[in-house]
Design a protein around this ligand. Sequence first.
Ligand SMILES: [Zn+2]
Length: 119
Amino acid sequence: MHELAVTEEIIKVVTDASKGRRIREIVLVIGNLSSFIDESIQFYFDKLTESTPLEGAKLSFKRIPVKLRCYRCREEFIPDEEYICPYCKSIGGDIIEGREFYIESIEVEDEDRDSKEYT
Ligand SMILES: [Zn+2]
């Protein structure tokens, strides 16, 4: 279960970046070639962030489809299960998209929310 390790990494990065502020939403970009399962990341995230400023933050997943560049004709295509180029019917290509895994954005809670002054 490598989702655990990756979730710990996400939490570490977000914790460093947020400096103790509460987090509303974290947007993750994941290529479809990575074997990460969204639900597993969410599961570990919920467990590991209990009673921390990250508790209750929403995880959003953006999935990037696999894209290949054909070995033969160099056209780019989104493969089906057999990885056949739709242009020249040869098989396989260089992977140009689909291996992504990164945090795209972190939304912190409105910092002014609790700082209203009553005179
Ligand atoms: Zn081709």
